[in-house]
Design a protein around this ligand. Structure first.
Ligand SMILES: C[S@@+](CC[C@H](N)C(=O)[O-])C[C@H]1O[C@@H](n2cnc3c(N)ncnc32)[C@H](O)[C@@H]1O
Length: 147
């Protein structure tokens, strides 16, 4: 498994989560890198993945100041993710929040990029349930390709 984030602090948080989830002994590559550059490099290396989780911010910076803007960068990143998936791959999950895009819109980006792989794309909204009154608090939208 490979985990990529531009922030060392986020990578440390990921390691803590892995420990708390009893996964400290799993073979995880913890990379501090620009996600788009990393994906493009993996494509050039001819790598493949069984599945990919993407949780990009609306705006971010890579470790060398690379600028990430979701609306501009997402189609290219998804295209590279498609090149990293093959006929044996099982899933790609994309979650985004605080963006001017709907779940349907991100679903179409995923659906069109992965169309030749078959499978299905589901889209929707993610939420946590507030304990006191059981209210659903929206947190993000998602698109999930799987088979
Ligand atoms: C929505 S958070 C997701 C973090 C993690 N999935 C979590 O649940 O804690 C977005 C993450 O993207 C990282 N990020 C921002 N720009 C990036 C870039 N260009 N390349 C890689 N990671 C980036 C941020 O450091 C941040 O941790």
């Amino acid at each position: 498994m490979t985990h990529v984030d531009a922030s060392k602090k986020s990578v440390e948080a990921g390691k803590t989560n892995a420990f708390l989830s009893d996964m400290a002994d799993r073979p995880i590559r913890w990379m501090v890198d620009d996600a788009a550059k990393f994906a493009a490099r993996e494509v050039r290396r001819g790598k493949r993945y069984d599945g990919i989780f993407l949780d990009p911010p609306k705006f971010g910076r890579g470790p060398d100041g690379e600028v990430w803007r979701l609306e501009e960068g997402l189609p290219g990143l998804i295209a590279d993710c498609r090149r990293l998936l093959d006929q044996d791959s099982k899933f790609l999950v994309l979650t985004v929040y605080a963006v001017r895009m709907s779940a349907l819109a991100i679903g179409e980006v995923v659906r069109q990029a992965l169309a030749d792989l078959g499978g299905t794309v589901e889209v929707g909204e993610m939420a946590v349930r507030e304990e006191a009154r059981g209210l659903l608090l929206p947190t993000a939208i998602f698109a999930r390709w799987s088979r």
